[in-house]
Write a protein that binds this ligand. Structure first.
Ligand code: HEM
Length: 450
């Protein structure tokens, strides 16, 4: 027996022992098909890895952070000078950066980790949108995912104020004003968000939401998301054939790859790469703490949220767009995403079969990117309607043209293939009533595309 044979056998034996004694097959996530060994199938797992790091780093930050607006010199004496004092929330953040060993890396990686998680979340969402993962039977997975997105953005919003910088305070106030303008819900939210109306009240509520309420919601929703994933399995590749979207049979399941160790190690590999890049960026470009709330010496502090809310801030800069209209528009977008599985009723998942929804999704993506860049470059600058038309019109028109041409070309080639196949089946060795042995595309594809 060669050394490699002996080595592999021994490893198999050890693994078999562990698998047997831990009853792993019963509690591990279900096996998945081999085709899923591509990063694009595991974008959700990357979001989960980012989430786990946020929980760990957030728990460590909690050891030092003080959610208080009381003036203090502790921790930031040198920063503010002995004559003046700064809020404890800001001072404890300053202390983490300057006095806690590796504190700067910890805080910067928590902040950049939040950006990365939101970026990966958008990737997971848009990938799912384009390949149609929201279709039957995964409608509820999609809806729970949409709620996860809302809660994750809520985590970003509430965490932004915690260092109690003037920049974050101004931006949070704009966000709070927007929320309070919501019809019916707004007045109810007021006391919930503002507490007694003081800075301390607002900070305490944001802190509670960031470390208790929203994490609980996130945990419950994530559990539901995983349970649904467990029951339906990974979504198969996008296709024009609705028959491919059934659940896998028991027989096929036997050919699947076990979750532990294969898929776990596969995602861990990507997870470690993620952590390496995150630490690298945090070490090379550590976050610098802006000035604290109430610093009378500070001049010209702009009001700017984190990048993922810039689009909403820019929307309020549009001439004629009141906070109520901005909130109504974002609620409409949210409801569209939430109920998408019930709006797009066709059974086909391939982008070429869904021109209308691909057009809407691409416009949403373009809107988000353009507004984010615009918001970052000219925060607070009013925009007149002609500028809006000039900036957003061309990308939307190009998208309409590209999607339309693509779909038209597909219909043409599809009809040609169909006609060729039909004439073949009339002339061929098989009588027309008897199906050919390898019908491609499948019989379900024969109806004309939408
Ligand atoms: C905190 C946010 C989220 C986390 C941690 C998360 C996690 C995951 C994980 C681990 C999976 C298993 C397959 C994969 O790794 O891609 C998954 C699948 C899925 N996710 Fe998410 N997800 C989140 C947000 C979302 C959002 C925003 C949507 C869409 C609105 C969504 C829709 C889906 C759907 C439909 C599936 C099943 C389809 C498939 O197998 O690819 N998820 N998610």
């Amino acid at each position: 027996m060669s050394f490699s044979d002996w080595y592999n056998r021994s490893l198999n034996k050890i693994w078999g022992f562990v698998e047997d004694r831990t009853a792993m097959k019963r509690w591990a996530l279900r096996p998945q098909p081999e085709f899923s060994f591509k990063p694009s199938y595991w974008t959700g797992a990357f979001v989960a890895v980012a989430l786990v790091y946020q929980i760990i780093s957030g728990a460590l930050l909690l050891l030092y952070y003080q959610p208080s607006t009381s003036s203090t010199l502790t921790g930031c004496g040198q920063a503010v000078g002995s004559a003046s004092t700064a809020p404890a929330a800001w001072c404890s953040t300053y202390y983490i950066i300057h006095s806690v060993p590796m504190g700067e890396l910890l805080l910067s990686s928590h902040l950049y980790g939040a950006y990365a998680m939101i970026f990966l979340l958008f990737l997971h969402f848009f990938r799912g949108y384009y390949v149609g993962v929201y279709k039957s039977p995964r409608e509820f997975s999609w809806m729970v995912g949409t709620l996860l997105m809302v809660v994750t953005l809520g985590m970003g919003f509430t965490g932004y104020l915690l260092p109690y910088t003037q920049l974050a305070y101004n931006a949070t106030n704009v966000g709070v004003v927007l929320a309070l303008r919501l019809p019916t819900v707004g007045p109810l939210l007021g006391p919930l968000i503002l507490a007694d109306g003081t800075g301390q009240g607002l900070l305490s509520r944001m802190f509670d939401a960031h470390v208790i309420l929203l994490p609980l919601a996130l945990a419950g929703l994530f559990y539901a998301h995983l349970a649904l994933f467990e029951s339906h399995g990974i979504a198969p590749p996008a296709t024009s054939d609705p028959l491919q979207r059934r659940r896998f049979t028991d027989k096929e399941e036997k050919d699947h790859v076990p979750f532990i160790p294969h898929i776990l190690f596969y995602t861990l590999k990507w997870g470690l790469l993620y952590l390496g890049v995150l630490f690298g960026i945090a070490a090379l470009w550590p976050w610098s703490l802006p000035t604290y709330v109430g610093n009378t010496a500070a001049v010209g502090v702009v009001t700017e949220p984190d990048w993922y809310f810039l689009w909403l801030f820019k929307l309020v800069d549009f001439q004629g767009v009141t906070p109520v209209i901005a909130i109504a528009a974002s609620t409409a977008i949210l409801l569209y995403i939430l109920f998408l599985p019930f709006l797009d009723r066709s059974k086909r998942t391939h982008p070429r079969d869904r021109p209308l929804f691909i057009f809407i999704g691409t416009c949403l993506l373009e809107f988000f990117v353009v507004m984010t860049v615009w918001g970052g470059e000219t925060p607070g600058v009013q925009i007149i309607p002609i500028q809006i038309a000039e900036t957003l019109g061309p990308p939307f028109a190009v998208t309409a043209l590209a999607v339309g041409l693509f779909h038209w070309r597909y219909r043409l080639s599809y009809r040609r293939r169909l006609a060729a196949r039909q004439s073949q089946s009339f002339a061929g060795p098989y009588p027309s009533a008897v199906p050919a042995p390898h019908p491609t595309p499948s019989a379900t594809e024969v109806s004309s595309p939408e």
